[in-house]
Design a protein around this ligand. Sequence first.
Ligand SMILES: [Cu+2]
Length: 146
Amino acid sequence: MKKLILSIAVIAALGVTSCKNETKKETETTTTEMSEVMAMTDLSFGVRGNCGMCKSTIEKAANGVEGVASANWDVDKKKIDVTFDDTKTDAMAIHKAIAASGYDTEKVAGDEEAYEGLPGCCKYDHDMMMNQSGETKSDDHSDHDH
Ligand SMILES: [Cu+2]
C-alpha cells in the first residue's frame, strides 16, 4: 500500500513538471510498449506542414488510427514515419486520417474545412515539397510494364 502511494506521488510529480511546457505529450509515450512483440510494418510518406503544432496534429491523427503503434513527423523533411500493425489497419487508413485533420499526404489531399480551422502558423503551402529525404529513391523495379 505504501509502495502504491509512493508511485502515485512520483507519477503526480512527473505529471506536474511535464505539463508546464507541453500538454500533448502523453499521446507519444503510451504507444511504444507493444511494438516489439507484434509483427509491425514500418511506413514513411510525405506530409505537408509547417511547425511543431502541425507535428502534434499530424501525429495525433496518425496515432488515432487503431493499430498504429508510433508516429513521428519530421518538420524539416515533411515526412512521417509510422509503425503499425497491418492486421488492424493499412497505409491508406493512415493517409486518410491525416488528411481528415487538414494535412496533405502524398496520396490524399487534406480536408479543406479542417485546413481552414488550423492556426495561422499551420496554414502550410499546398505546393510545398513533401518527403524531402535528400536521397533519390532507387526504385530498381519501377520501369517494368504492367
Ligand atoms: Cu503548424
